[in-house]
Each structure stands twice: as C-alpha cells, then as structure tokens.
Design a protein around this ligand. Structure first.
Ligand SMILES: NC(=O)C1=CN([C@@H]2O[C@H](COP(=O)(O)OP(=O)(O)OC[C@H]3O[C@@H](n4cnc5c(N)ncnc54)[C@H](OP(=O)(O)O)[C@@H]3O)[C@@H](O)[C@H]2O)[C@@H](O)CC1
Ligand SMILES: [K+]
Length: 487
C-alpha cells in the first residue's frame, strides 16, 4: 500500500461530487445536522469577511440551495438585512424543502433587479455536481451581482474538472465543505472562485470509510522524501544519467545541474566526441563519457535517465529505443516528446513524461475533454506518469491517482525551467522514490525554488537562479514533513 493510499482522506485529499454522494448515502440520518452546520459555517465566514450589509441568498432546488436557506437564517438572526431568491423551489419533502420551511424572512423574485439591489449575493444555486449548461436566467441573474460568496463552488463549475458550464459567477469567496474539490484548483474554475476556504461541518470519520481518495492537492504530506543518513554514499543517493546533445548543450546542463542540486549522488552525461569535449568543460561536477547508450545501460547503476532536453530527432532516435529496451527509468521531455509526434506508442515504457499543453497535444492529439481527464487518459493508455505542466500542473498516475499542484509562481515561465524539472524528477527517482511520488515532489520543489528565487531576486528569475534554490526548496519540503509528523 502506498503512502497516499494509507493517508486516504487527509486534509489535502480532494472530494469529487460522486464521493460526496457516497458519503451522504452513508450518513443519511445526519444530513440535516450536516446541512445546518454547513449553513452556519458559511454564515460565520461571511460575518468574518464582510461588514453587515443587504444580503440576497440565491437558492437552487437541491441541497446547495438548502445550505443557502440556513445561511439566510443565521445572518438574519445576527440582525443582517437578508432576503432569499429561490431559482426553483425544492422538491416537497426533501431536505432542502425542510430548510426552506424554516426560513420565515422575505422571499423575492429570482431576477436581475433584485441582484442589483443587494450588496452581497450568496450563490447557493448549484453545487459541484452540475453536469449540464447553466440555465440562461441563472447566467443573467449573476451578471448583475455586486459581490458574491459561493457555497461549494460558483454555480456552473464542474467540481472535478474545473470546467465552467457557461458564464459562471465571479466569487470573492468560495466556501468548500469538508474538503476542497479538484475543480477548486483547476483553471478556469480557480479564477472564478476567488479565495477558497474549506470548513469543517462535523463530518464524522466513519463517513470516509470505504472511500479511497484519488485526487490530492500536491503538498509535502503526500510524498515522504528520503532523508540523509550518515552511511550515505553517492550510489545510495542515486545516479542520474542523461544523453547530452551536441547542438543545444544548455538544456542538458540545466537538467544535470538540477539533478545534482536536488541531491543526486552522481550525474553521468554521455555524448558524442564533439559533445563530450564541450560537456567536460561546462560540467565539472559530472562524469562525462562518450559511451553509446548500448554500453551505458550495461552499468546497472545507471538505471535512471533524462531523455529529451536539447536533443534533436536523430539524437533521440539513437538513444531512447535502447534505453526503453533495457527497461531503464526514463523521464521524457522536450525532444523525446517531439520525436513521438502523433505516435504516443513510441513512448511506451517511459516512466514519466513532462509535456506542457502544446507538447501534449502534439503527442496525444487535441484535448477534447479537460486537461485533467486528458492527462489521466494518456497516463492510463501509456502506463507512464504524465506531468501536464501549467499554472495548475496535473500529475496523473496510470492507476488513476492524480495530484494537482498550485504551489508555483508565474516566475517559472522562463526558458530552461522545464529542463530543471526533468532533472529534479530524475534525482528523486534515482533516490528510490516511486515515479508518481517523485514527480509530485519534484513539481512542488520546482515551485518552491521558483518562489524562493523570485523573492530573493525581486520577482524576475532565469533557470540558473532556480537551480541554486533547489537544495533550500527540498529542505523546505522536509521541514514541513517533520511538522506534519509531529502534529
Ligand atoms: N456531504 C456534504 O458535503 C454535504 C453537502 N451539502 C450540500 O449539498 C450540495 C449538493 O446537493 P445536491 O446533490 O442536491 O446538488 P445541487 O447542485 O444542490 O442540486 C441539484 C439540483 O439542481 C438541478 N439541476 C442541476 N443542474 C441543472 C440545470 N442545468 N438546469 C436545471 N436544473 C438543474 C438538479 O436537477 P436534476 O439533475 O435532478 O434534474 C437537482 O434538482 C453541495 O453543493 C452542498 O452545498 C450540505 O448540505 C451538507 C452535506
Ligand atoms: K453554489
């Protein structure tokens, strides 16, 4: 059992609407209590974030609407001027209908004029399970809303993929219940959520029994890093190999330096005669040789390879098939992805692929669903961990485990940043971490190094800066792991 399976629904696990339904089925006798708590918690957050003002609670027919009626009741109880605008009444006898019955304050029409009269609108129309386009009158209503607080998600957000079913309300604050949803972390939904705050509504532990988390926010508690031991030597730390191209040596240099700064015990660079002469001068900390891939893989210590940064089609062709045949752990990026243009089967056997969206489309074709689902599908089909890079990097494992990383900075959008990430993943794989955990950890450390470098350098950084902060970034992850163990 992997670490992420053991921790199951820890606080960084993300809940899908399907899992929420399973929990609700399990907790059917406590749902009224949970709705009361949810509404009370949302009302408290509103009181914390806003001064008393005219509030309009827009309620849908389901339990999201039910929560809305409870919010209205609490705010009114504290003396706030509150009205409720039902989009549609809840079904007779439902939980939401019971919450609606307890609302004795003003009820107004669900129309734009009422939205404009309010100073704050609570969006309790639809929750995260919406699976068809937003009705036009809902879109029209929210176009006239001044400030908005959303319960669960802004109505129209798909809680799993982060897709928006039409023009979704722009919230200042979104209150997640029990756990965040994957959609809270994925674009375009993240941009519509404003600040996301997750509240405890008193869900008992037993509600999670039988549920297995499949989605996580990428935080250090997800992937324990190997520590340093007194008995360590360079081979226990791990060996990273890469083939250095003769034409674009910068990329191999970034990847190898990154692997070393992340903690690899040894980095070996193989290249042509011309390339090796160059690498010997620019990479004094690496072992540089002119071995063919065929000879290199005979060394059982050289199991982990970065393949692609700075390589031409021909160079990839002369290296990658041999590495895959020898069942090496290959981290494929850049040139290796271009080499598999439209033919993902050429990459079968690769452990980790790190495409940005453009590279992903080149290999796998246009994304017809969402980035999240496309990455999951590609991972399942190829058997590789897919690291689909972006502001909301998705790290998908072939067995369905998926992490979403928001621990990053726009400062990372600089040439060479991807080569650095490949080197970090390779170093962590070489240290013995499984491919998905190593990839998640690498993406977090990459983001942390970017943040630290940007802070130190005034916001604008280059790949070289990033590399110098990798040791500190790894240390930051280790420190926060120690804290979570002590807790
Ligand atoms: N365990 C927890 O975490 C707890 C969660 N809680 C709360 O439960 C909420 C989820 O509740 P929910 O399942 O009732 O879903 P919700 O979105 O309110 O309503 C769906 C309704 O809308 C309708 N409908 C949908 N789309 C439509 C469209 N385009 N156009 C027209 N109609 C459409 C749909 O109709 P149908 O699809 O059935 O035809 C159905 O009637 C969650 O967000 C949270 O706030 C809390 O109470 C505490 C415990
Ligand atoms: K909502």
């Amino acid at each position: 059992m992997s670490h992420s399976e053991r921790m199951s629904f820890e606080t960084n696990a993300l809940l899908t609407p399907h899992e929420t339904l399973q929990m609700d089925a399990h907790m059917s006798s406590s749902l009224e209590f949970l709705m009361e708590n949810a509404g009370a918690m949302v009302a408290r957050l509103i009181r914390q974030h806003f001064k008393s003002c005219r509030v309009l609670v827009a309620c849908g027919p389901g339990n999201n609407g039910g929560d809305g009626y409870v919010v209205a009741r609490y705010l009114q109880g504290w003396g706030w001027p509150v009205s409720v605008a039902p989009w549609k009444k809840p079904q007779h006898g439902s939980l939401a209908a019971r919450a609606a019955q307890e609302w004795t304050g003003p009820i107004v029409a669900f129309e734009a004029a009422e939205a404009m009269r309010a100073e704050l609108v609570v969006d309790a129309v639809f929750g995260a399970g919406l699976s068809r386009p937003l009705p036009e009158d809902v879109v029209h209503f929210f176009q006239h809303v001044p400030r908005c607080v959303a319960i669960d998600v802004p109505s129209g957000v798909d809680g799993v993929t982060g897709a928006c079913w039409g023009e979704v309300p722009q919230a200042l604050l979104t209150v997640a219940l029990v756990r965040k949803r994957p959609g809270h972390l994925l674009e375009p939904a993240t941009g519509r959520c404003g600040q996301v705050v997750c509240v405890d509504i008193g869900m008992p532990e037993e509600a999670f029994s039988g549920l297995k988390a499949r989605y996580w926010e990428n935080t250090p508690s997800l992937w324990p890093l190997p520590l340093q031991y007194e008995q360590d030597h360079k081979y226990t730390r791990g060996v990273v190999s890469l083939y250095g191209g003769a034409h674009m040596p910068g990329a191999a240099r970034f990847a190898s330096d990154s692997a070393r700064h992340t903690g690899a015990g040894l980095v070996c660079v193989s290249s042509s005669e011309e390339g090796a002469a160059l690498y010997r001068t620019v990479l004094p900390g690496c072992v540089v040789d002119q071995k063919t891939p065929y000879d290199s893989v005979k060394d059982q210590r050289r199991r982990v390879w970065v393949c692609g940064p700075g390589l031409t089609f021909k160079e990839v062709e002369s290296v990658l098939p041999t590495l895959l045949e020898a069942q090496c752990h290959v981290i494929a990026d850049a040139g290796a992805l271009a080499w598999a243009d439209g033919l993902p089967e050429k990459l079968r056997g690769v452990k980790v692929m790190t495409p940005h969206l453009g590279e992903f489309v080149r290999v796998f074709g246009p994304v017809r669903t969402s980035r999240l689902e496309a990455a999951q599908q590609a991972s399942k089909e190829t058997g590789s961990v897919i690291v689909l890079k972006g502001a909301d990097t998705v790290i998908a494992a072939p067995d369905g485990r998926t992490a979403i990383n928001r621990h990053a900075t726009p400062a990372l959008a600089t040439a060479g940043s991807g080569d650095v990430l490949s080197g970090i993943i390779a170093a962590l794989c070489a240290s013995g971490m499984p491919a998905w955990e190593a990839s998640c950890a690498a993406v977090w450390i990459h983001g942390e190094a970017g943040r630290q470098a940007a802070q130190a350098k005034g916001g604008w950084i280059v790949a070289e800066d990033l590399i110098t902060f990798l040791g500190k970034a790894r240390h930051a992850a280790e420190k926060s792991q120690k804290l979570s163990i002590n807790r």
